[in-house]
Design a protein around this ligand. Sequence first.
Ligand code: FAD
Length: 518
Amino acid sequence: MRKELEIKLTPAEAFDPTRWKLIVANLLRIPAGRIYHLRPIKRSIDARHKVFYRLKVEVFIGEHLPFSEKISAPVYPDVRNRTPVIIVGAGPAGLFAALTLLGHGYKPVIFERGKDVKARKFDISMLNRGEKLNPDSNYCFGEGGAGTYSDGKLYTRSTKRGNVTDILNTLVAHGASEDILIDAHPHIGTDKLPGIIASIRRSIIESGGEVHFNIKVTGLIIKNDKVKGVTDDSGNEFRAESVILATGHSARDVFEFLHKQGIALEAKPFALGVRIEHPQQLIDSIQYHLPERGPHLPAATYNLVTQVGGRGVFSFCMCPGGIIVPAATGPDETVVNGMSNSKRNSAYANSGIAVAIEPEDWKQFEASGPFAALELQQSIERKAWDAAGNSLKAPAQRLSDFIENRVSASLPESSYNPGLVSVSLNEILPDFLSSRLKQAFADFDAKMRGYLTSEAVLVGVESRTSSPVRIPRNNETLQSPQVGGFYPCGEGAGYAGGIVSSAIDGVRCALAVAGKPT
Ligand SMILES: Cc1cc2nc3c(=O)[nH]c(=O)nc-3n(C[C@H](O)[C@H](O)[C@H](O)COP(=O)(O)OP(=O)(O)OC[C@H]3O[C@@H](n4cnc5c(N)ncnc54)[C@H](O)[C@@H]3O)c2cc1C
């Protein structure tokens, strides 16, 4: 017999399955020995008053977990001699498109401008030391895409658009902890993600798919309104009747070549702001109502949203126990983002705080056309670069000084390794952004007392929240209405935001290639 029930656990009990069994047996008034298996279904923290965990479990009474319900690595067919499908970009969208194609008997051929995930680490380290940016291998470009050296948060709002559980199961089959299947806010961590990405690559190659690094795609081959393949920056041509383009939100050169080839593009609303960093202990004490979180609670997180002047202002990609990282992809621009390792054990809590940007915002700068939003994004990144003294350092200001319009006389310690430069962020951000941010911080402080503090530092700029350009595609076929066989995919094309939703979009594009329902 199987039963589902929810149990309330102290933080110390939450990760101790032996305790769960005893508590469940007690609740059901049966001997613990009658419980053959306990399957956790959902685990979440309830910190509204006293902090405890809620754990939903499936109880197997006098019955074992059937083998068919265990998660095992998927077995893909050999596709060596099957129809090739070109995938440009090895981010979550490209990799999950590749796995799905394997499952349907197609041969995925991935071209990635960056390096494999191990070699990429070297360039990431150089960036963290503030030494040099490699425009093809950085926090956004390289195997695994933008999500590899990240916090690896796996929650998404896009449950309707695909099967989130399938994505999480595939990650577990490639080495992620089963905890991601039950945690309400699952995350993997930057120390674990590279191994999972490498394991996905092995699945693709072992089944006869191909993964090519250091190949920058610079054009589509089009004949009679149908795609016939792609070209690269060395003049090579690669042929296939279907091309999935999953190049992410930062491949500005891809938008340029598409535009030159006459593919329609649209400016797209996105969001821009700053990254805020607090001492983690401060966020813990606000969220858990405790002076110290102790050994059993994770670094506390938050999720804040408000409306100011008709625009949403929201926390974005919050990284508890994380660090702020340099996430630019080209010269003369400053962009920051955040990441954490699996233990989330740094002394800092950082989060993007972004303001939604709509067409009227770029119109006030008299910008129009498909690159209008991108140009606004780029101009702010360039101002940030100039303000930081043309280096990988980042412009920064204490939160309280930002609110009161004064340059900080000193900056607090920060996790941002290349270093901070004290500036007035008002001079980097247009007024319609900085005024909304100021009001939003006051609103956030009303929700989390102590959030607005001089101990917090704002670091600029958080500009790569989503793509500022959309590549139109047919809602049903997911192909470009102009070029048959061409599938704009993932975050860069404007159809996803975040690791899981990009992976889901990759699956959908692959299903569309295979002629299956999406
Ligand atoms: C530091 C950081 C932290 C993040 N943290 C999180 C998080 O915790 N959770 C979350 O959900 N999201 C996070 N994100 C966002 C997430 O990474 C993206 O939403 C997601 O990776 C988008 O997936 P994608 O496959 O569409 O594109 P991307 O991941 O951007 O992948 C695109 C790939 O295409 C390649 N490419 C680009 N141009 C070319 C070309 N011309 N030729 C060949 N290859 C090309 C790039 O090198 C890249 O590998 C983070 C992003 C960053 C930068």
